[in-house]
Design a protein around this ligand. Structure first.
Ligand SMILES: N[C@@H](CCC(=O)N[C@@H](CS)C(=O)NCC(=O)O)C(=O)O
Length: 221
């Protein structure tokens, strides 16, 4: 049985869970907080980062590596398109959200509204939150332009880019960092994601000590 070492508000773990559930892979969750530098996580992944997926002696770390492994080994629900150009676009948009959106939006929000609250019991820095909100607005605008000409973020079919974007956006939204107003196309796309059973499982979970806004898991937000 696959075991996924993760925590509820880790966007990279969410991406892996979303992909595995879409593909019908059976796994169990092992909750762990990377900042605790636990013995098991550090042994499995010397980088001491979540997510890590293990099955006996096989250990996979890093969300991209894990999702690629399953895209190569499980035929159901392919995550990147059939043609080389389609695959390149899926990877480009996925990386945009995994790296750029994470650095400018998700990571600052996690530090200010999750880590400070749960670990160091400090107040969030309003300046950092406002900067993350400005960055989020620019990313939503970019997604809006992509979705003007496509059904899904990287093309006509759901896949890797949607998974990484949904994972990052859902954590930012949980931490009250997303203003959806004025982004009709993105809202429509996110509504379609919210109706997917795999994503609903993820949205149904709560991180102890932090409550999301009321609209968070509402399909008609
Ligand atoms: N490139 C990795 C990034 C994983 C990552 O940064 N995970 C965060 C939690 S969401 C973490 O473990 N941070 C602790 C650290 O970097 O020390 C991936 O895509 O899986």
């Amino acid at each position: 049985m696959w075991r996924l070492h993760q925590f509820t508000l880790c966007p990279f773990s969410r991406a892996v869970r979303f992909g595995l559930l879409e593909k019908g892979v059976v796994f169990e969750l092992v909750d762990c907080l990377p900042w605790e530098r636990g013995e098991t996580l550090t042994r499995l992944n010397p980088a001491a980062q979540t997510p890590v997926l293990e099955n006996g002696s096989l250990v996979l770390a890093d969300s991209t590596t894990i999702l690629e492994y399953f895209d190569e080994t499980v035929e159901k629900a392919p995550l990147v398109g059939a043609g080389a150009a389609e695959r390149a676009e899926a990877r480009r948009v996925a990386q945009w959200f995994r790296e750029k959106f994470y650095a400018e939006v998700t990571a600052p929000l996690m530090r200010e509204r999750m880590w400070k609250r749960l670990v160091v019991r400090d107040m969030p820095d309003g300046r950092v939150i406002r900067e993350a909100a400005r960055a989020c607005e620019a990313h939503l605008q970019y997604a809006e332009t992509l979705l003007m000409e496509r059904r899904w973020l990287a093309g006509p079919t759901f896949g890797l880019a949607d998974i990484h974007a949904a994972a990052q956006l859902s954590v930012a939204d949980y931490l009250a960092g997303v203003d959806w107003a004025g982004h009709g196309q993105v809202k429509q796309w996110y509504q379609a994601l919210k109706s997917r059973p795999a994503f609903r499982v993820i949205l149904g979970e709560r991180m102890e000590g932090i409550r999301p806004p009321a609209h968070y898991d509402d399909p008609d937000f």
